[in-house]
Design a protein. Structure first.
Length: 263
């Protein structure tokens, strides 16, 4: 079945804990972590670069058939339920953990397609929102999600919130603002700034038929003025009720729906 690890002081367990809790360590080793059976097996199925999987003893018994089918290049270790609780970031762990290598999507040059449809997260900081936007983008069929000065895409909370979608939709991380606007311009992809402003164009009346990149801003402050100015058009969700604004992930979901509806 694989190596049996019985101590929290094992170097592999110490590394996993570091990767779980520290962005600095994730970028140092170019590794991030996954937790949960569905997420881990989705990553394996997607060929996401899994290096190592840990199963608690009880999880190994439950997933024996899946373990037998794992590719030979993925290392498998068995850990105690106690260690599983120690490295888990959830209240009730499923006992399945993995280490995965980084993708090389740190540039959009040559990767943006003419007529493509993208969500750009600019200074978005909440991991849950970021993960939910990736998941929604996957469900709707967007061509990619672009992180620009936003939270760490490999934060375990982001990864968990994507429910495996980060392995199915292109996600570009740490993208330089100037490179992004230059590439979008060169490929003819129109840019839209999502704002809370009654004077902006109603998203339901916006023409996305030629594609577009929609910029979603910070949860509390929205988009920076200079970013809004660089975008070709300002769009907003016109409110009919009494609420003045929406959660960033909810607003992004509505806008992405409209973006994809205009085929």
């Amino acid at each position: 079945m694989g190596e049996v690890i019985k101590s929290k002081d094992n170097p592999k367990i110490k590394l996993f804990k570091k990767l779980m809790t520290s962005k600095k360590e994730r970028y140092r080793y170019k590794l991030f972590v996954l937790e949960g059976s569905r997420l881990v097996f989705d990553a394996v199925k997607s060929g996401a670069g899994i290096r190592q999987i840990y199963f608690t003893q009880s999880a190994a018994e439950k997933h024996g058939n899946e373990i037998e089918k794992l590719p030979e290049d993925i290392k498998v270790s068995i850990i105690s339920d106690e260690i599983g609780n120690y490295i888990s970031a959830t209240e009730h762990t499923q006992g399945v953990f993995a280490q995965c290598s980084f993708s090389d999507n740190t540039s959009v040059s040559g990767k943006i397609k003419s007529g493509g449809k993208y969500a750009v997260l600019y200074k978005l900081q909440d991991p849950g929102n970021a993960g939910m936007i990736i998941r929604t983008a996957d469900a709707l069929g967007l061509d990619g999600v672009i992180f620009c000065e936003s939270c760490d895409v490999y934060n375990p909370k982001v990864v968990r919130a994507t429910m495996g979608s980060m392995f199915r939709v292109p996600v570009y991380r740490d993208i330089n603002e100037d490179e992004l606007f230059s590439t979008l311009s060169d490929t003819g992809v129109e840019t839209f700034a999502a704002v809370v402003d009654s004077d902006a164009k109603d998203v339901k009346k916006t023409d996305f038929s030629r594609g577009g990149a929609v910029f979603i801003g910070n949860e509390g402050n929205g988009l920076d003025g200079d970013i809004t100015a660089k975008c070709g058009e300002r769009i907003t969700i016109k409110m009919s009720g009494n609420t003045e604004s929406l959660n960033a992930a909810m607003a992004a979901g509505i806008i992405m729906w409209e973006l994809m509806r205009c085929e």
